[in-house]
Design a protein around this ligand. Sequence first.
Ligand code: SF4
Length: 198
Amino acid sequence: MGLTPISYDTLRVLIGYECNLGCGYCCNEQPRFRNGIRPTRLADLDLSPYKVVCVSGGEPLLHLHRVRQVARLRANRSQLFVLYTNGTLLTRGVAQSLAAMRVDAINVGLHQPSQFGYIISNVEVACKDLPIKLRYHAQERLEGQCLKMWPHLSWRFWRMNDCNRANERRVVLTDWAPQGGVNANFVGPRLYSLAQTK
Ligand code: SF4
């Protein structure tokens, strides 16, 4: 029996691996996942075959101009354009810029439970009345707590090391100036370091 061909409907574009958090469980730090991410130049990036384009990192908001450059390559308005961020740099000004780029949705990955409330309220204020859908991601073991405290929010809960998606092709952009264009809201190399919480 032959193998069923994989059908990719989603492209995940990693702006880079840089992040202002240091989660011990980060998929990018694990060679078995990182090896499947193909290095690609911006000039070679073709978004047109995909229904969904996800922009992530690392933390993509460290380099807002890079997000903008990828957004400009979007094939058409029916293509869903989703930003993945840890939410720590998502100010009102940044959210307005993302709305101007026509980002459809923002997935906010929450990592340190003691910071959840702070980040959620900042993100909600930053994105208020903008045409961007918000969804929060947290570890599965925190599901009950999150749904109890914030039942009105949209959530997705992830399992440790569940890093690959069968329908998703992943590339990392390589042709950026290494120190150019750091977002003005960048507050430091690491906000806090997160140990593995498995
Ligand atoms: S927020 Fe944590 S899991 Fe996400 S890219 Fe940064 S270090 Fe990795």
